[in-house]
Design a protein around this ligand. Structure first.
Ligand code: CMP
Length: 138
């Protein structure tokens, strides 16, 4: 059993896609073991996206992710990290396979609807940034 950090980004929340995304996760058979709607502070955004610091898109990324509420989740299931990335599709929506969340709902790399951890270390780190252990209900 694996856990991953999933976040509906501000564009997904604004466009009313939260329910669709939750539904896809649940229909797959994964369990949402924690979830909250929140506005991310600049400080948390910079910590969460720390690995991208210095990249040309960093400032825009932080501005975007703090621009409105997100829905943060912990998703649990077998191979949850890689399977959620498969459900999400490639970061660049035009490279995402048909039927994936990003292929179906996004057109640009900066507003690509959803975030999912890219490996076990980032999953543990990101879950720790957004959730206290007692907020995760298995
Ligand atoms: P995410 O998986 O949330 O992690 C980093 C994010 O940076 C990525 O999704 C993209 O939405 C965003 N981003 C914005 N511009 C770029 C870019 N030029 N290349 C890669 N990622 C980008």
């Amino acid at each position: 059993m694996e856990r991953t950090y999933i976040m509906v980004k501000p564009d997904g929340v604004r466009r009313g896609l939260t329910g669709e995304i939750i539904s896809r996760i649940e229909r797959k058979g994964f369990k949402i073991v924690a979830m909250k709607k929140m506005v991310i502070s600049r400080e948390i955004a910079e910590t969460h996206y720390g690995e991208h610091k210095g990249k040309p898109f960093f400032e825009g990324l932080v501005n975007f992710i703090t621009s409105g509420p997100v829905v943060a989740m912990v998703v649990e299931g077998p191979q949850a990290i890689s399977e959620m990335r498969r459900l999400m599709g490639a970061t660049r929506p035009w490279e995402a396979a048909p039927g994936t969340i990003r292929a179906d709902f996004a057109t640009t790399v900066d507003e690509n609807i959803i975030h999912g951890s890219d490996g076990p270390e980032s999953a543990a780190r990101e879950i720790g940034i957004f959730f206290k252990p007692e907020e995760i209900i298995g």
